[in-house]
Write a protein that binds this ligand. Sequence first.
Ligand code: ZN
Length: 422
Amino acid sequence: MLPAMRHSLLIVMLVPMIARADDVATRARKLHAESIVVDTHLDAPDQLASKWADVSNKGATDHFDIPRAREGGLTAPFFSIYVAASYADRGAARRALELIDLTHRVVDGHTKDMTLAGSVAEIRAAKQANKIAILMGIEGGHAIEDSLGVLREMYRAGVRYMTLTHTNTNHWADSSGPFYEPDFDPKNSKVHGGLSDFGRDVVKEMNRIGMIVDISHVSDDTIRDVLAVSRAPVMASHSSCRALSSIPRNLTDDQIKQIAAKGGVVMINVGSAFLDQKVYDEFVALLGKVKPEYMKLKAKYGKDPAKLRSEMMAMYKRHGGRGGPRAPWIKVVEHIERVMQVGGEDAVGLGADFDGIEDPPVGFEDVSLYPKLSEELLRRGHSEAQVRKVLGENFMAFFARVEAVKAKLASEPPFTTVYTPK
Ligand SMILES: [Zn+2]
């Protein structure tokens, strides 16, 4: 055969394959661009609070800025109003208000690209107007300083979800604890055995005012109590599957089933230790190794939690970072599919925890990369409708159910329970 002929024969054989591959890529790009893409946990405010930057510039925070959000087709990120445990009983509400103010300032400075949103309708309107809808969620229930009045004011300031605890157990809800501390022991976080009576009223009042109840970070006991007491479906804003990585922050199959059965959603966290058992195991081994060094730091800085935390982070850095090698990005898709299998296709979405994690998976390093998920899900045979659900429609339907509960409870008077220390 002449070389030229061989060449053309090769083209004849390859063209249909290339065309098919491009077909999926093109279909995915179009589908992604048209879809509502929601991410329920983005820690940009905390980063901007320590180092202010113009979010219209690339690299404003580790994982977020307007150009990358546009590239990623991101419709509606929830800015996390993250109140660190160190603020508990030390100005937690003030910290939350400062980050809410910061979020307003970010949006006000970029009205061509961004708009503040607080409802399903406002997210859809933002998509129509080709703007990024910014929503807010409080991370750490200590932010309300044990006051239902403060909770209601947070809603009025635009906050639409509250994670009941961060890594600290507060005065009314148990946390799953600070799993990244070398002397971590879940028993230390068990104070109420789940929710206290006041905690139950916090959840019921959240249902009444339309504040989404977020069970990421809380203990298994607290999840059980929330599922029993909540009158609205609940969300895990940034948690993944414990069957695939046993980090205590992840959800068991049973919990996923119960959340789904109540009409709730599980939003996948992309931190490598959340995604990959190997990464989490290496992290646990590192904890054992650094424990003696950590105990010395704790003796020295135990009274200054912020200082202890920064010293601990520096210690991890000296040891080559937490968690060793990072997970491959395809693991994100495996977690999505696990929730679909266990809880059904209506129960899953994205809560990447960008800007709050140091170890995003290889190939999924920032908000510009969401389109990869659409393409991979299509390649795996999921329908366009299913991909849309994962990207945002599941969250939208869930948020609508929370709004419907608020409407149903409109005639109920506000809770006036006052927290009394034991
Ligand atoms: Zn978190």
